[in-house]
Design a protein around this ligand. Sequence first.
Ligand SMILES: Nc1ncnc2c1ncn2[C@@H]1O[C@H](COP(=O)(O)OP(=O)(O)OP(=O)(O)O)[C@@H](O)[C@H]1O
Length: 507
Amino acid sequence: MDLRPDEISALIKEQIKHFADQLESKDIGTVMTVGDGVTLIHGLDDAMLGELLLFPGQVYGMVMNLEEDAVGAVLLGDEGTIKEGDEVKRTGRIIEVPVGDGLLGRVVNPLGQPIDGQGEIVYQHTRPIEKIAPGVMTRKSVDQPLQTGITCIDAIIPIGRGQRELIIGDRQTGKTAIAIDTILNQKGQNIYCIYVAIGQKNSTVAQIVEKLRQGGAMEYTTVVSAGASELAPVQYIAPYAGCAMAEEWLEEGKDVLIVYDDLSKHAVAYRTVSLLLKRPPGREAYPGDVFYLHSRLLERACRLNEEHGGGSITALPIIETQAGDISAYIPTNVISITDGQIFLQQDLFNSGIRPAIDTGLSVSRVGSSAQIKAMKQVSSSLKLELAQYTEMQAFAQFGSDLDAATKATLEHGQRVREVLKQAQYSPRSVAKQVVTLFALKYGYTKQIAVTKVNMFMDELYQFIQNQHPEIIDQIQQEKSIDDELTLKMKEVMKAFVENFLKVNKDG
Ligand SMILES: Nc1ncnc2c1ncn2[C@@H]1O[C@H](COP(=O)(O)OP(=O)(O)OP(=O)(O)O)[C@@H](O)[C@H]1O
């Protein structure tokens, strides 16, 4: 038989054309390697970054690497059932979590599944965990306060709704305590709260949930927990899942507070995932995009303008430092992303100054515009007074012969310090904070012994509450202290101090 080359090529072309028809869809791939919670898959040419993949045994994975001829994915479940050659299906969607009011009072994992043993979550719809942050035209500047109930923060480092304020400090310095107290203080404030626990022990999370429940805070709070024993990819998605839940309420025009406890562990989980996926390590072995990891999360905190519902997400990320080193990689990254930081010092904590906030290194870049006028009036000089006190205290250690002005600064500073000390789970109302700081500002604590300052403040507030409730009402309603109120408060306080000194003879 005589076949010409062009006929042969035409035949082959025809065959190939039909062969192409028989090829399986690009939506199914094959596992090339699997191990350490990551897999390489061949054949998923159209896979998207962050897409969910379905493995045999109903195990899900998430696409993290798009390589030239393979796709790298992390597994969100047990890898024991998956082996080389297994089929992998695309799902065409990225991870979604249930959202809505059904989540209030519940403890869920980062996939939105309940882990509190209280039955299924009731929800109408789900949301993808990743979303591009609202643009600048939809936002509004921060102008409403978010009261933490902690005097030191509300007076010196105020937080506004829609702000991102970092809580940073060494281990066991009271970081979580500040976040939990803030959640507890939102009772009756019409703010929804989400507490995202990343890499914490389940027992710690259980204790926190119990505290919130006792304080009646679970009614408006959701806890998202990715425990220390969870796989790194699950810890990695936890804050995004929490943020997606917050965004649902945000779009309904509500105010939300979200705590990420803590982002150091989150960065470590991401580093684990990245190294397993053989991404090149950078500084401190973190991958190059670790800044983006946190910036895209924290950018989602915002205050929307009225046309977009006027809701807000206030974010309180937590970062743990090693030996107070805030210049390490992750702390500097997050400091530069957020609108300020509350810096907690081990030394202060150990010397009994709790919350151990270093007012010199702490700052709030936008919160002061959200502070109510009354608070501004009584707290504007506090930071300076504390700085002067700390400076003089160091200097006074060298000599006993101090002039009267120095002595007065030291005495006043001691009282300021005392007032700013606050036990856990005892948030103070705005009115109480204003009354307390007013007494401090106008020197009504001068004659009170340092050890009795807090008792004095409690009794003073109680007295005003009982005998002069109109003062409290005016502070709450007018949100400022006019001349008339100033005179009245001075009069009431003068009389109270005299009486207090009579009863407590030693001051
Ligand atoms: N204002 C406070 N007054 C008294 N004790 C406090 C105060 N704040 C925190 N503590 C105590 O200090 C300890 C550490 O607090 P917490 O767990 O909040 O710190 P942390 O920095 O979040 O710790 P970790 O490093 O474990 O995350 C706890 O036992 C807590 O009860």
